[in-house]
Ligand binder design. Sequence first.
Ligand code: SF4
Ligand code: SF4
Length: 192
Amino acid sequence: MKRTIKYEADRVKGFGREVMSVPGCEELENCIQCGTCSGVCPLSIYMDHSPRQIMALTRSDFKNEVLTSHTIWLCASCYACSVECPREIRITDIMYELKQRAIHEGIYPRRFPIPVLAKEFSKMAHDLGRVTENFLVVKLFLKTNWMAAIGMWRLGLNLIRTGRFSLKRESIQRRGELAKMLESVENEKETA
Ligand code: SF4
Ligand code: SF4
């Protein structure tokens, strides 16, 4: 876990309020920093900030520290923390909100596979209405560890030869309608 000194200048005023204004995240205000969430989290030993620290940093406006943290991406959404929290804070949902913000603002740990995978997945679903796993995996390798991708060329060729790696990207028809639908959801969120 990181134990660093925090400076007033690092705060992005209003960030905590913004997160707490999202439906489901309001209770964060009532966190008593008891640490139960960190205690029950099966993944907290691998996190750079414990769930308790993420709650405190979010509420105190340390936006960059929260959004570049590995913690939000390591969260497996098991809901153990939310079930045990004595203040009924929906920690898992707050983690989701933070992940969405990180992708939206392009602030996340570079070359860490999980946010890159999430970003590419949602982009593909948004643009094409379908996700083609082969292309997704290739993009993930190229953006996080292209050396490993080069090392796997033989496997790739074999998969193509045996028909197990299609070079065809899947897509829905009437993509324009999907784009309009997603745009109206975005507009709704912005005006909410
Ligand atoms: S368990 Fe709930 S109240 Fe306790 S530190 Fe975690 S979020 Fe805060
Ligand atoms: S939902 Fe995420 S933060 Fe909460 S206990 Fe599970 S892995 Fe940990």
